[in-house]
Design a protein around this ligand. Structure first.
Ligand SMILES: NC(=O)c1ccc[n+]([C@@H]2O[C@H](COP(=O)([O-])OP(=O)(O)OC[C@H]3O[C@@H](n4cnc5c(N)ncnc54)[C@H](O)[C@@H]3O)[C@@H](O)[C@H]2O)c1
Length: 311
């Protein structure tokens, strides 16, 4: 069957890379990117759509008849703490609207991302297991935990084939980071290349689970392409890349830019980071749908410099 793929929230950090990759797999004319913002230009069809506007959603689904949907639009952790009510509305009502549209329009498969933000201060911090205790302290984490249960509910009650991953902090070079607690690991590269200095908003020893975007995009596409029977976890899967502290990342960056200078000015994001795991156990995803990461810290840093300094 010929796939028609709709990516919602396509202009963000994940969507920018995902749309390119999907276009190379399914063909440019079979991928529809959409976002509340309009792009200057787009390689694929583009629809301006607000996930809180049910009429606009119905119109896009009716005209394009997607077979696969990636619903990425959300407000991320740090921004959500500034606007908790707006974050709750966008993350939850947006999810309800898109899930209902997928049911109404008989979409085959739906991807919805969760986050390591579902974990909280009483979750085991080292190699956090798939079914760990979750007590998120941020509105973002609370919305993602509720969203995971909503995925499971829609699968069990309506047979909606929705699949999900708990992304760690994502590092990429094509698009800016979107207001999360791990944004430092993205911003630092462009700042060091531009000004040779970077002031980090987390303490030097704050260890967090991270992943290079290439791995995250591969996981996102692989989980939706896996046979349905292999997807046994219908809330969301832990996946892991590597874990590092700001100091470890900056030491690696200094190997590429010896003149780089770093300092640390912590802000409210430190408290969020302190509530999250340091490393993730992803053996369930490895067993169920053969997930494996490819990028190490040093390979990721080399790749970032290579891409960001390309003439
Ligand atoms: N980037 C990360 O490190 C990370 C980590 C864990 C989970 N996630 C999850 O992955 C998904 C994508 O994250 P991202 O980093 O690309 O986020 P982002 O903030 O970069 O992008 C989100 C996109 O959604 C769009 N959007 C906002 N409100 C909208 C609305 N009402 N209607 C339609 N579109 C709207 C924004 O314009 C933006 O382009 C999110 O669900 C996020 O929670 C991301």
């Amino acid at each position: 069957m010929k796939e028609k793929v709709l990516v919602i929230g396509a202009m963000g950090q994940v969507g920018t890379d995902l749309v390119n990759k999907l276009a190379s797999i399914y063909g440019t004319s079979n991928v529809i990117a959409s976002d509340i913002k309009s792009p200057q230009k787009s390689n694929t069809f583009f629809e301006t759509m607000d996930v809180l506007d049910k009429n606009a959603i119905k119109d896009v689904f009716t005209r394009h008849k997607p077979t696969m949907v990636y619903h990425l639009a959300a407000m991320l952790s740090a921004t959500a703490e500034k606007y908790p009510k707006k974050a709750w509305e966008l993350n939850m009502q947006g999810q309800f609207n898109i899930f209902d549209a997928c049911l109404d329009h008989q979409v085959d498969r739906l991807f919805w991302p969760s986050s390591i933000a579902v974990f909280g201060p009483n979750t085991p911090k080292i190699l956090t297991p798939q079914n760990a205790y979750c007590d998120p302290t941020t509105i973002y984490g609370i919305s993602k935990l509720a969203g995971e249960q909503y995925c499971n509910y829609y699968y069990k009650r309506y047979n909606l084939d929705v699949r999900s991953i708990r992304y760690p902090g994502l590092i990429s070079w094509k698009a800016q980071a979107g207001g999360g607690t791990t944004d430092y690991a993205v911003e630092v590269f462009s700042e060091i290349i531009k000004t040779k200095s970077y002031s980090c908003f987390l303490k030097p020893d704050t260890m967090l689970p991270m992943m290079y975007m290439d791995d995250a995009i591969r996981a996102t596409i692989e989980i939706l392409e896996a046979p349905s029977v292999k997807i046994k976890e219908r809330t969301s899967y832990n996946i892991a890349g590597f874990s590092f502290t700001p100091k470890q990342l900056f030491d690696e960056i200094a190997l590429h830019e010896p003149a780089a200078e770093f300092d640390y000015q912590t802000d409210e994001r430190q408290q969020i980071a302190d509530s999250w795991p340091k490393s993730i156990d992803d053996k369930v995803a490895r067993n169920d749908w053969s997930w494996h990461h490819q990028f190490s810290l040093s390979k990721m840093v080399s790749n970032m410099f290579e891409n960001l300094t390309k003439p």
